[in-house]
Design a protein. Structure first.
Length: 323
């Protein structure tokens, strides 16, 4: 029995090392061949149950190469891979009910999220999501609706049009708190968690801080609901920054699910707040190989007590069902 446990641990360590090396391999520039289906390793088919992977994207752009931009071609490769490899896309509503213990979900459940409300979501991502019938939620910086900024942002009419598909959902990314504030002479912090400081003249009190946060989150929710005729229950924290005060205020305002930049896979629990972990997949260098490696890395890491034989057996059993 001890020998079997040692073998199981050794197999698990080998698998973990393989994916860690694959994911950390330095990658410099996109090439035409990274979109090839040959990069998918057929020997490792995902299998997990009663858990949800949530993926993050920001902007789609054909030319810009940056940490929050991904080409439309590569984004489509991600979506196609998820569909072909046996992942099951779900809606934010299903995620919320699952986290509350109110509903079951399919094996290999995954939710697609996009942050900031860029217009590329409408022009480039939405046609792909509609093509593969994959639902997604976009978190809107409401003060930026219809404005240009670093990239053009969505308009209300574009959002209304996408809502008709019953695939697209919208949540709040605050009204105007997606920036840093000065919190001291030499310090800054995300606006949601920092007390504003102006040298020699002003330091925001606790009450002023709470009032500012409450006003921002309320106004964001109000405008989204008024203009889109939807109920907004999902809040995504800019920079992933939050504290107990923000959570308390947001919940009082009617937000129920809170999206962060914490990495991992999501399991239901009995916590006071529904805090969602996400994996950032929306970088220009997230090739299909790196994407696949990232997914499996967190699937494996979410099971530190994993029974390796059972994991492999279920994975190949799932692979057989797909063939």
């Amino acid at each position: 029995m001890k020998r079997l446990n040692i073998i199981n641990k050794m197999i698990f360590i080998i698998i973990l090392i393989f994916f860690s090396i694959s994911y950390s391999y330095p990658y410099v520039e996109l090439r035409a061949d990274i979109n090839s289906h040959n990069e998918i390793n057929p020997g490792f088919i995902p299998y997990y149950s009663n858990e949800v992977l949530v993926l993050t994207y920001h902007v789609l752009d054909k030319k810009v190469k940056g940490p929050i931009s991904i080409s439309p071609q590569l984004f489509e490769e991600h979506i196609r891979y998820l569909k072909n490899a046996g992942f099951h896309p779900i809606t934010p509503e299903t995620l919320r009910e699952f986290m509350e213990g109110k509903t079951d979900i399919p094996d290999n459940a995954v939710l697609i999220t996009l942050d900031d409300g860029y217009e590329s979501f409408y022009k480039l991502a939405y046609p792909i999501l509609e093509k593969y019938r994959v639902p997604a939620i976009n978190f809107i910086i409401v003060s930026m609706v219809g404005k240009v900024g670093a990239f053009p942002h969505l308009t209300w009419n574009e959002m209304k049009e996408m809502l008709k598909s019953n695939l697209i959902y919208f949540g709040s990314h605050t009204y105007d708190s997606h920036h840093l504030v000065r919190t001291g002479l030499f310090s800054q912090a995300p606006a949601l968690v920092g007390h504003i400081y102006k040298p020699l003249f002003y330091r925001e009190s606790d009450e002023e801080y709470k009032s500012r946060i409450s006003g921002d989150l309320w106004y964001s929710k109000y405008l989204l609901e008024k203009n889109l005729n939807i109920e907004v229950k999902d809040l995504c924290f800019p920079y992933g920054a939050y504290n107990s005060t923000v959570l308390e205020i947001a919940k009082e305002l009617g937000y129920e699910v809170f999206y962060t930049t914490n990495k991992g896979i999501n399991k239901p629990g009995k916590d006071k707040y529904i805090i969602i972990k996400r994996l950032n997949a929306g970088s220009y260098n997230m090739s299909l190989t790196r994407f696949q490696s990232m997914l499996f890395k967190y699937i494996i890491l979410s099971h530190p007590q994993i029974h390796t034989n059972k994991f492999i057996k279920n994975s190949f059993k799932h692979h057989k069902k797909m063939r």
